[in-house]
Design a binder for this molecule. Structure first.
Ligand SMILES: Nc1ncnc2c1ncn2[C@@H]1O[C@H](COP(=O)(O)OP(=O)(O)O)[C@@H](O)[C@H]1O
Ligand SMILES: N[C@@H](CCC(=O)OP(=O)(O)O)C(=O)O
Length: 368
């Protein structure tokens, strides 16, 4: 499996490639990447670009460079974003479009569908979408927090078949290569096991966010959607000629043989739970075959509104599913204190089940 057969490619660029000196944008590394995008398009492939670097590009404009201040960092992102986009635009003789997203946008099913519609329309028109997190407006509650995970969510939303994460190392090593000179590069990865996660650490550069761990999370999100994922070295010119020739210049993560359905993937990997429902069911089968009613619920944790996503666990703490709750936590707690036969029946007659069959993603072992 190589990018030769891929039709729709998401390329994610880390901050160190945009602003290697943290002193505004530099074209040194971007030229190779821009040429790669142009060549992919010339081969009839559709490309989306997820570009980090707003904070790194904007920091030189600030006298106060204290990135531990969230307010300063958000302002740097706002200022650096325009510089970053205009730097990219200089490389292309086709139009590009800017999309700034938060997790709050992606986890809302209506806004998610709206984002999909915009992406598809841009691609249809031959316009290059350039995407980043909307750092200027995010809060801890609303943010994805790193562009590796964002790129995988975008790849899933865009129905892409390939995700290329360009970093400052050659790929995934068995330990951090910046701290261990004897680290060994992994060529191909199938299942992302806890042992593989244990090989990774955080970023070592001063501009990176998340390090290799968030890249593995991104690979897991993407491969479970059937998207082949590469982690490659964006500093290296040969990376891009290699990819175009069908080679694997870094680490390749193989897509699931049986990808998750779109709605189940969104629920599992993009939506985030706002609370928990504890149920009696001990088996996945018990949960998947029926709609969940008030009588099945043993306890409710957290505060959530009707329509928000909840995690469903059994009494042993095992995670069974993620689902949209048709009831708020407040209503479920109220019902629990009432005479079940009278109140539950009445409420369920008017609202319906707590979770409907169409709004549940049951966790299961990876099918391959
Ligand atoms: N097992 C590993 N393999 C490769 N890199 C690793 C590993 N564990 C930690 N890292 C670190 O992850 C860094 C890349 O992540 P990051 O700094 O966030 O880059 P980017 O800006 O490209 O997202 C590498 O420079 C490396 O130091
Ligand atoms: N959204 C942030 C980048 C966040 C991020 O994940 O950075 P990186 O690890 O360099 O890909 C920015 O534009 O500065």
């Amino acid at each position: 499996m190589s990018i030769e057969t891929s039709q729709r490619i998401v390329i994610k660029i880390g901050s160190a490639l945009i602003a290697p000196e943290q002193d505004g944008c530099r074209s040194r590394y971007l030229l190779n990447i821009a040429q790669f995008i142009v060549q992919c398009r010339a081969k009839g492939k559709e490309v989306l670009l997820v570009s980090s670097g707003a904070v790194a590009a904007g920091s030189h404009l600030f006298k106060n460079k204290d990135k531990s201040s969230v307010a300063v960092k958000k302002a740097m992102a706002a200022a650096g974003q325009t510089e970053m986009i205009s730097t990219w635009e200089r490389f292309f003789d086709f139009p590009s479009a800017q999309l700034l997203l938060t997790h709050g946008d992606l986890r809302d099913r209506d806004r998610y569908n709206s984002i999909r519609e915009t992406l598809f329309t841009l691609l249809e028109q031959g316009i290059l979408p350039i995407i980043n997190e909307n750092d200027a407006v995010t809060t801890d509650e609303l943010k994805v927090g790193d562009n590796d995970n964002l790129s995988a969510m975008v790849a899933a939303a865009a129905d892409a078949d390939c995700l290329i994460i360009c970093s400052d190392v050659n790929g995934l090593y068995d330990k951090d290569p910046n701290k261990n000179p004897d680290a060994r590069l992994l060529d191909t990865v199938g299942e992302l096991t806890p042992e593989i996660y244990a090989m990774t650490g955080g970023p070592t550069s001063s501009v990176g966010t998340g390090g290799m761990r968030t890249k593995l999370q991104a690979a897991e999100k993407a491969t479970s959607h059937g998207i082949v994922t590469y982690i490659v070295n964006g500093f290296n010119e040969d990376t891009f000629s290699g990819l175009l020739n069908g080679a694997n210049p870094g680490t390749r993560f193989m897509p699931y043989d049986t990808p998750m359905q779109e709605a189940v993937h969104w629920m599992t990997h993009t939506a985030s739970e706002q609370g928990e429902l504890i149920v009696e069911a001990s088996e996945f089968d018990e949960l998947s075959c029926d709609e969940l009613s008030c009588d099945d619920i043993v306890a409710v944790n957290g505060d959530f509104s009707a329509g928000e996503t909840v995690l469903v666990r059994n009494e042993d703490g095992q995670k069974l599913a993620k689902a949209n709750s048709n009831y708020s936590s407040c209503l479920l707690n109220f019902i629990a204190q009432q005479d079940k036969d009278i109140v539950t029946e009445k409420v369920q007659d008017s609202i319906g089940p707590v979770i409907s069959q169409n709004d549940i993603a049951v966790f299961e072992e990876r099918k391959s």
